[in-house]
Design a protein around this ligand. Structure first.
Ligand code: COA
Length: 178
């Protein structure tokens, strides 16, 4: 569990599944993903995140606003699939329900995730990536001190996909801690 000024980053529980499925069925939240997720797909993704946290002790944590909202989405750390051109690496990532956007929650939780990564995982750097049109997500990357590294084509997306071109951002331990 990680606490920040306003947030709690914690292990997932069953009560998170339904609100997570609602987020993943929201076309604004999922604007930069290939498709909306069905309820079954969302449950399975949440359970996968839960089991990775159980195994490793860290991951994409469920985010809570204590005394205000039990579940607003996830923020945290993940090892992207090996097909990524910059593998091996650890990424910082986020997905929040629309009603909680624009309050700095993603930035606050992502900073805490970087603190955790550099304090506990002995990493030299952490990456983040998104499709080139996802400017909101890139704004979070810049706000947490990450800098643009390169463009790349997402290996799992079809050549015809408008989401295929991605940007990679990075931050080193020295940059984050200095
Ligand atoms: C990306 C996401 C987590 C950002 O959440 P958020 O709560 O708005 O983030 P924050 O409030 O911490 O910061 C967002 C920053 O982006 C800025 N921003 C908002 N819309 C923007 C836009 N269209 N273009 C550029 N910047 C934008 C905000 O102004 C804010 O910066 P500021 O505090 O300096 O004003 C949220 O939009 C989300 O969940 N999106 C859907 C899922 C997703 O795309 N995840 C990333 C996939 S890689």
């Amino acid at each position: 569990m990680i606490t920040t000024e306003r947030l709690l980053l914690r292990q997932w529980d069953d009560a998170d599944l339904q609100p997570f499925a609602e987020m993943c069925g929201d076309s604004e939240v999922m604007e930069f993903f290939p498709q909306l997720l069905t309820e079954v797909e969302s449950y399975s993704l949440a359970n996968r995140m839960r089991s990775l946290i159980a195994d490793r002790g860290w991951g994409f944590w469920a985010v809570e606003v204590p005394d205000q909202a039990r579940f607003i989405g996830y923020v945290g750390l993940h090892i992207p699939r090996a097909s990524m051109p910059f593998h091996p690496c650890v990424e910082v990532g986020w997905r929040l329900a629309k009603e909680y956007w624009g309050r700095g929650y993603a930035t606050e939780a992502a900073r805490a995730s970087l603190d955790y990564a550099f304090a506990h995982l002995d990493l030299k750097e952490v990456v983040s990536f998104t499709t080139i049109r996802n400017l909101r997500s890139q704004a979070v990357m810049k706000k947490i001190g990450m800098t643009f590294d390169r463009h790349f084509m997402h290996p799992d997306l079809d050549v015809s996909s408008p989401l295929r071109e991605h940007v990679l951002y990075k931050v080193s331990a020295a940059q984050h801690l200095g």
